[in-house]
Each structure stands twice: as C-alpha cells, then as structure tokens.
Design a protein around this ligand. Structure first.
Ligand code: HEC
Ligand code: HEC
Length: 418
C-alpha cells in the first residue's frame, strides 16, 4: 500500500507543478497569450527568418561588384525606349520600392500592381503569377515589356558597351563585338525590332541574349541585398518571449486584439505565415478582376510560359546544373487548380502601400478585411476563402494590427567574391 500511496502523491505533485507552470506561463508577463498562440507568435519574428536561399542559376549573386553595378542599372533610365523609365520609376526606394498606384505606369500602363522588392529573393517564383523562377530572369521581363521599359535587348547590349564596359567585363568577361549590328533588335517588341533580330545570325543572337541575361544577374545581385529591418511587432513579440513588460507596451490593446484574430479566428496566418507573412504559394482568394468580365487566370496561365522561358533555370543562360533546378523540374504545366490563384504577398509595410491586391482592386486595409469577411465567389477558378464571422470592431482591430508591421528596408553589404 505504502509505495502506491507515495507514487500517487508524487504524481499529484507533478500534476500540480505542471498546472502551476501553465498558470505561471499565462501570468508571468507573457501578456496573456496561450502556449499555442505563443508558438505562432514566435514564428512570426524577423529573427526567425532564414537567409534567402542561394540562386544557383546566378553565379554573381553574392558578388559585391555585381550588386554595385546592378544598383546603378536599377536606377538608370537609359534602359528604356524613351530614356525616362528605370526600375526605380516604379520600385521607388523611398516608397518601400513601390509606387502607390493601382497598376504599374512605365512607358505605357500595365495590368498589375507594382510589387515590393525587399526579401523578394526568398520566393521561388516571381510576379503575382510566378511566371519567372529567379530574380535575374524576372528583371528581363520589364526591360522588354512594351508598357514598362519598352526597349530591346540589342539596344541594352549597346548601352552596356557604351557606359558599363569596364564593370561588366570585370564580372562577366569580354563583351561581344556589336558595331556591325543595328541599334535595336529583339524577339519581342515592335515589328521592326523583331525583323532586325530575325536577320541576325544565331550566334549573334545568343551573345546579345547573354549580355541581356547578365544585366539581369547584376540587378538581381543588388535586389538580393534588400531586406527588412525590425517592425514594432517584432519588438513586441521579443517582449513577450523575454517577459519584458516595457516592450509589451509597443502594441496597443486594439492591435493586440487584431493580432489575436490574425493568428486565430480570422485564420490569416494559414497563408500569411512566417516572418515574411507569406507561405510563398499561390492561392485563389476571389479578388474581382480589374476589368469586369475579363478574369486574370494568374498562376493557372503562367506555368506554361515559365516552362518554355529561355531564361529559366534549365535554359542556356542559367549557371545552374539541371539537378539544381528542382522547383522547375517538378512543376505541372496544366494545373487548372491554380486558375485565379495569385502569389500571397508578404504583409510587412502593408499599411504604407495601398491600394491592395494584384491590380490594386481594394483601396484600403478596411476594404481588404471586409473582402475576407464576405469571401465572394471567384470570377476564375474557386476561392479558397470561407466567410468570417467578425464584428465591426473586430474588423477594425484586424486592420489596425496590420499597421504594426512597418519595417524599414535595409541594404545589406553583398557577400565577398568567392
Ligand atoms: C512600369 C512599372 C515597373 C517597372 C519599370 C518595373 N517594374 Fe517590377 N514590377 C512591376 C509590376 C506591375 C510587377 C507585378 C507584375 C506582374 O505580376 O505581372 C512587378 C514585379 C516585380 C518583381 C516581382 C517581385 C515578387 O515578389 O514576385 C520584381 C523582383 C521586380 N518587379 C523587379 C523589377 C526590376 C529589377 C525592374 C527593372 C529592370 C522592374 N521591376 C521594373 C512594375 C514595374
Ligand atoms: C487562402 C490564403 C489566404 C488567406 C487565408 C488570407 N490571405 Fe491575404 N492574401 C492572399 C492572397 C493570394 C493575396 C493576393 C490576392 C490577389 O491579389 O488576388 C492576399 C492579399 C492580402 C493583402 C494585400 C497585400 C498587398 O500587398 O496587396 C492583405 C493586406 C491581406 N491579404 C491580409 C489578409 C488578412 C488580414 C487575412 C485574414 C483575414 C488574410 N489576408 C487571409 C492569401 C490569403
């Protein structure tokens, strides 16, 4: 009898200790968060963010000289049809690398909204529809897009030879001789540019495309240096983790309630997960197209383009070995399940960058949370959202919470040449 009695007493003591620990957890300065909430909160901190994965398709990605060259090119409006559009025209450094417009405005008007660039290198696929698989391949898109920079790759190669020759050759080796080639030419663009391109020899086209790809690689090296600094939320969560009551004052009661809804009842964190507030996937959330009756298929229409892109990871201008292109090799080209799906945008700095969604369809965060409450049917494919039972004040709290994600953008020194 006696040993059993002691065992029971010990078990009871252990139970009481565990209960006390739980109670202590709640009361000991964790600002009222449950253990489960505490786990999710911890996962949102910037300090939890791993380094962006290296891109094997870009050999100069970590090179400080490449980043310096890319930064100059990023802001150089000569890389455009009319000499007045650079990447920085839309991705404005003083506006968190955005422009505040519903759709991009370059030499013409685009169809989608300008995306922020900090931490873009964490995503396996670029653009709202993910039709590019690296930062360098992405950069080549706007350069030849008729509504953005509107130039041709041959004109850009001439420009590099005229203004960036020394820097370029130190990184990528000798530039090809271009003097016998016309001023303009490329496979996209005006009929005259396409005809000039078609008239060139195959090896000339390849050499020019290589210079073009290298412009993208230098710009990507620069973009990879852009990362987020800590937001008020990061400092608040640190305060919860370290039981630091002063830091716990960094969010007000409304923002804390919004955070509780974000990671709980409103289920935002299922897609807006981790320190960047994105799962880096594509989801259909039933955002109405900008032009009624003309739905944008988003991811569903991008896969085929990605697979046949000459600048993808498996293409001739990539520095990767085929087995390093896993993301691309395991893609399915005809996945209609992704019709109407768009990239989940990270939410850092969201409050500062209205209007929202892939074509700036929603004007304010209040409209955004209301969209999630209503969960309307999608114009293309099927929305994954279910209507939310949230009161007026809960909607306001949720929108207020998003304002706590103001994160400065830091330019980090690129890694030393290896
Ligand atoms: C006319 C405005 C405009 C210009 C100029 C422009 N962009 Fe963009 N950028 C956009 C728009 C709009 C999108 C989204 C387009 C889409 O999804 O179809 C975008 C998307 C991106 C993305 C994808 C980010 C992500 O998270 O997926 C990157 C990276 C980017 N741009 C870099 C650049 C670079 C580098 C340049 C210069 C070579 C450039 N952009 C020039 C408007 C512009
Ligand atoms: C099923 C996945 C999913 C869930 C759940 C989800 N989102 Fe989103 N969110 C997205 C996608 C995808 C987009 C972009 C949609 C588009 O442009 O068509 C987006 C866009 C946004 C944007 C706009 C950001 C920008 O830069 O334009 C905000 C803000 C936002 N979501 C907040 C929330 C909040 C708050 C919740 C919870 C109520 C939530 N999201 C739940 C997937 C999701």
């Amino acid at each position: 009898m006696k040993p059993l009695f002691w065992k029971l007493l010990l078990a009871l003591a252990a139970l009481m200790a565990a209960g006390a620990a739980l109670g202590a957890f709640a009361s000991q300065g964790r600002d009222g968060w449950s253990i489960e909430e505490f786990g999710i909160l911890s996962s949102l901190r910037l300090s939890e963010l791993e380094r962006a994965p290296a891109d094997p398709s870009n050999a100069v990605e970590g090179d400080a000289d490449a980043a310096r060259l890319g930064k100059q090119m990023f802001a150089d409006p000569r890389f455009s049809r009319n000499g007045s559009v650079s990447c920085a025209s839309c991705h404005q450094p003083d506006k968190a690398f955005q422009d505040g417009l519903p759709v991009g405005q370059g030499v013409g008007t685009g169809l989608r909204r300008t995306m922020p660039l900090a931490a873009a290198g964490h995503a396996p696929f670029m653009f709202w529809d993910g039709r590019k698989d690296s930062l360098w391949a992405q950069a080549l898109g706007p350069l030849e897009d008729q509504a953005e920079h509107g130039g041709s790759r041959l004109a850009y190669a001439h420009l590099v030879r005229a203004h960036y020759r020394t820097q370029y050759e130190a990184l990528f080796g000798p530039l090809p001789a271009l003097s016998k080639l016309p001023a303009e030419g490329g496979p996209l663009g005006t009929p005259a540019q396409r005809a000039a391109w078609a008239a060139m020899r195959e090896d000339e086209r390849r050499e020019v495309s290589r210079v073009f790809a290298n412009i993208g690689k230098a710009i990507a090296a620069y973009e990879k240096t852009l990362r987020y600094g800590e937001s008020r939320l990061d400092r608040y969560i640190d305060g919860v983790v370290n039981a630091d009551r002063t830091a716990q004052l960094l969010l007000n009661a409304q923002e804390k309630n919004g955070l509780r809804l974000f990671i709980g009842k409103a289920q935002c964190v299922t897609c807006h997960a981790g320190p960047l507030f994105t799962d880096q996937q594509f989801h259909n959330t039933g955002i109405a197209p900008r032009t009624p009756g003309r739905p944008d298929l988003g991811r569903g229409a991008a896969l085929a383009a990605l697979l046949k892109d000459e600048f993808n990871c498996l293409g001739p201008y990539s520095d990767a070995r085929p087995e390093q292109c896993e993301e691309l090799r395991f893609l399915q080209a005809d996945d209609h399940a992704l019709d109407g799906a768009f990239k989940v945008p990270g939410l850092r700095n969201a409050a500062a960058r209205s209007p929202y969604m892939h074509a700036g369809q929603l004007a304010s965060l209040r409209e955004v949370v209301d969209h999630y409450r209503r969960a309307p049917a999608a114009a293309a494919g099927h929305s994954e959202l279910k209507p939310l039972r949230l009161s007026e004040s809960e909607l306001r709290d949720l929108a207020a919470f998003l304002g706590a994600l103001d994160s400065p953008i830091v330019e980090e020194a690129a890694g030393k040449r290896q």
